[in-house]
Structure formats: structure tokens, C-alpha cells
Design a protein around this ligand. Structure first.
Ligand SMILES: C[S@@+](CC[C@H](N)C(=O)[O-])C[C@H]1O[C@@H](n2cnc3c(N)ncnc32)[C@H](O)[C@@H]1O
Length: 267
């Protein structure tokens, strides 16, 4: 081999694990000053950054502290979504529980559901009283029932894809009491001019995927989650995704476009 060529066999892939949970643990340590967190030279603190890697090679980093802040620091659409959660709620993909805590404070019965054990440990440390580490399908099998399902923090994305959404939504329908609502925050991905994103949408469509059907994984230190689909779509695309399901679009609050809060009701 040429001396200048690097042998790929010597490069390790990240280890698959609870990367998101580890980010949340570090973010809590950053907030409280207790526990392992990033530093330079073991002394100078560095911000905890959530890294999301997309399957076209794009990486994106954003401060993780936003997952731990209170309603005063939330985006206005998140606060308006919170007001819609006025009955017993399942906080789906609750992470470290900023929304669950806000609902607890308002006296609304709420359960945090997440697949990340680390995120739920942080949620419990911050005062979240009820949590379930499971997928929605696993939790539906327990017979639990709710009046509201919260998919905030862009968690409309958990619908995943045109193909995966019906199964996910069927699990929520199985837990829905009469009059139940899903309150889901989404993002219209198509308004921007960034060439990289425009090319990604085109690449997705060529492959039979929805334009904003992101395939991503979360990275932290030497950890990565498995790759998963996370759906960014317009309200019109959402309407099409809902067609074969038990849910219909009741209203869309797009006052802060491209971000929106969709409310879904059983047909
Ligand atoms: C973008 S974060 C949002 C956290 C929180 N809702 C907020 O607004 O701060 C997404 C969360 O969804 C969780 N998650 C990802 N896939 C999931 C799934 N299939 N079922 C439940 N939770 C999931 C992740 O572990 C993470 O905590």
C-alpha cells in the first residue's frame, strides 16, 4: 500500500448505544456543575453539543441545553402547543422531560415515554414522576389510555415515513380515549435555499422517499444511535400520510412558519 494511503481497517466505527441519553447526562452536568461534561484540558468547560449525522454526510450540531430549559425560554409555538395539552397526556419522545415537567407544574397528569434510558434517567433526576422506557407499540400493549399525545420538539418527525407512520399512529389510536388529540410540532423543510438541502430532497425523491424524510443518527463522543428515519413534511404532505390512518388533521397553527403545530383527532 502507498505510504500516504490510510488503511480503512484501522479506523473504528462509532459504537452503537444511547448517544442521545449520554448527551442529556452531559447537558445536565453542564447545567448543575456535577458529573462528567466536556472540557478542554480537563478544566475549561465546553458546551454540550448534540450532533446529528445525515445519510448524505451532512453533520449538524446544536447546543443540548435547549432540552433542559423552561417554558420562558421556549419558542412561542411550543408554548402555544403546551396550552393544547389540557387533559391526561402521553409525552411521546419526552427526552429529559422539559414538557412533562411543565405539564406536571400545571397539574396535568402526564407520562413521559422515550426509548432512551439515559434521557429518562435525566428526566427522573429533574423531577419527572411517571415515565416509560418503550416504543409506542410496546406501551400500547400495556392497555394504558390517554386524552392527549404530545409530539413536541419537532417530534412529528417520529412518524418516520409514509410507510412507518400508519403503525406508529395505530399504536397511539389504541391508547386514545374518546375525544383524544395528538398535538405534534413539525417543520416544513422546503422553504429554504440551501443547495445541500435542496439536493437532499431531490435525492430522496429519486429513491422513492418523501423529500424531507431524513435518515439520521445521533452522535456523541464515540457513540452513535442506530440510523433512523425522521420525517420533516408540510401540513399538506401530513394530510396525505394520515389518509390510511384513524387520525385526521383538525387544525394547523403555522403562525411561526416554517414551524407548525398540527392537532390530529380521531376520524
Ligand atoms: C428531538 S428529541 C425531543 C425531546 C422532547 N420532546 C423535547 O421537545 O425537548 C427526540 C426524542 O425522541 C426520542 N425517540 C426517538 N425515537 C423514538 C421512538 N421510536 N419512540 C419514542 N421515543 C423516541 C429520543 O430518544 C429523544 O428523546
Amino acid at each position: 500500500m502507498d505510504e500516504d494511503t490510510i488503511d480503512d481497517d484501522t479506523i473504528d466505527e462509532p459504537r452503537i448505544g444511547d448517544a442521545f441519553g449520554e448527551i442529556m447526562r452531559a447537558a445536565l452536568a453542564e447545567l448543575t456543575g456535577r458529573g462528567p461534561r466536556p472540557t478542554i484540558g480537563g478544566t475549561i468547560p465546553r458546551p454540550v453539543i448534540e450532533i446529528v449525522e445525515r445519510d448524505d454526510g451532512l453533520i449538524n450540531g446544536a447546543p443540548a441545553a435547549r432540552y433542559l430549559c423552561g417554558p420562558d425560554e421556549w419558542q412561542p409555538f411550543d408554548r402555544r402547543a403546551l396550552d393544547r395539552l389540557d387533559a391526561p397526556t402521553l409525552d411521546v419522545g419526552a427526552g429529559p422531560g422539559r414538557l412533562t415537567l411543565a405539564l406536571q407544574e400545571r397539574g396535568v397528569p402526564v407520562t413521559a415515554l422515550d426509548t432512551s434510558p439515559g434521557a429518562l434517567e435525566v428526566a427522573a433526576a429533574r423531577g419527572v414522576r411517571r415515565s416509560v422506557c418503550a416504543t409506542v407499540a410496546e406501551h400500547a400493549a400495556s392497555g394504558a389510555a390517554y386524552d392527549r399525545f404530545a409530539l413536541l420538539g419537532n417530534n412529528l418527525g417520529l412518524l418516520g415515513s409514509r410507510e412507518a407512520a400508519p403503525g406508529f399512529l395505530a399504536a397511539l389510536a389504541a391508547m386514545a380515549r374518546p375525544g383524544a388529540r395528538i398535538v405534534a410540532q413539525g417543520t416544513d423543510p422546503y422553504g429554504g435555499t440551501d443547495e445541500l438541502h435542496l439536493a437532499y430532497h431531490a435525492r430522496n425523491r429519486e429513491r422513492g422517499r418523501m423529500g424531507g424524510q431524513l435518515r439520521v443518527r445521533v452522535r456523541y463522543r464515540n457513540l452513535a444511535t442506530e440510523w433512523f428515519d425522521y420525517l420533516l413534511c408540510t401540513p399538506a404532505e401530513l394530510d396525505e400520510v394520515l389518509a390510511p390512518t384513524a387520525w385526521r388533521l383538525e387544525s394547523v397553527d403555522d403562525a411561526d412558519a416554517p414551524f407548525y403545530v398540527a392537532t390530529l383527532v380521531l376520524r
